[in-house]
Design a protein around this ligand. Structure first.
Ligand SMILES: Nc1nc2c(ncn2[C@@H]2O[C@H](COP(=O)(O)OP(=O)(O)OP(=O)(O)O)[C@@H](O)[C@H]2O)c(=O)[nH]1
Ligand SMILES: [Zn+2]
Length: 229
């Protein structure tokens, strides 16, 4: 038993009402979350996102990555379908944890890219595994999923870890002037499946639209606060 279900309740969100379930990973005490909407029925081809924790993007709306945009778009897609699961996977920093991710950000401030910064700290570019998620799907009676992701390596690792992925839905959102290099490196070094045209179509998104009135797509070196002055 890798995970144990600890709690469940209704959770109304701006996208609709989910059931929130907490699953504790026995080996390390990590609390993974499943946000479930609708009747999963036969458990086949359930629209799903395994979202790796990104405190900076998900909570503080960081523009250095695309995580927050992807999280909210995934919830919206599930709500539109009326059926699906978002697993909030506590694998912050692609598995290296928050402190190391912020150390990697500091190295990125000196010119290293996201892959080089991980390597300089002695980590592989991606340290995640999805065994806990595989067991969560099993416990929820899910037999196969349509996964929202752009990352082919994630598909491969998830399949190796026992998740039956029968379709992929792209999730290309949130491009802005602060994450252009990060997204470029994703396609150049991590083989993510999107083009710059896809990115432009998914520029800043919906409720994440920049409501300070600043142009975050222009390639300027000023911060939004500086622009306001
Ligand atoms: N180590 C490290 N982790 C990062 C960095 N930027 C974002 N992350 C973490 O990366 C994880 C998300 O992975 P991504 O590479 O953005 O995307 P993905 O999950 O592999 O692929 P998608 O499903 O397409 O989103 C989150 O846990 C973030 O905290 C970074 O520069 N360094
Ligand atoms: Zn992020």
């Amino acid at each position: 038993m890798l995970v144990e279900k600890k709690a469940q309740a209704k959770l109304p969100t701006t996208y609709g009402i989910f059931e929130i379930m907490v699953f504790e990973e026995v080996a390390n005490g990590k609390e993974h979350v499943a946000m479930v909407m609708g009747d999963l029925g036969d458990g086949e081809k359930v629209l799903s996102r395994i979202h790796s924790e990104c405190l900076t993007g998900d909570v503080f709306h960081s523009l250095k990555c695309d995580c927050g945009f992807q999280l909210h778009t995934a919830m919206k897609n599930i709500a539109e379908e009326g059926r699906g699961i978002l697993i909030y996977h506590r694998a912050e920093g692609r598995g290296i944890g928050l402190t190391n991710k912020i150390k990697a950000y500091a190295l990125q401030d000196t010119g290293l890219d996201t892959v080089e910064a991980n390597e300089a700290l002695g980590f592989a570019p991606d340290m995640r595994d999805y065994n806990a998620c595989a067991q969560i799907y099993e416990m929820l009676g899910v037999k196969s999923i349509e996964l929202m992701t752009n990352n082919p390596e994630k598909l491969e690792t998830m399949r190796k870890d026992g998740i039956n992925i029968v379709a992929r839905r792209p999730l290309v959102v949130g491009k802005n002037k602060y994450n252009e290099d990060y997204l470029r490196i994703k396609t150049e070094k991590m083989d993510h499946l999107f083009t710059s045209a896809d990115l432009n179509a998914g520029n800043m998104h919906l409720s994440f639209e920049n409501d300070c009135g600043n142009d975050l797509t222009a390639n300027k070196e000023t911060t939004p606060t500086e622009e306001k002055k």
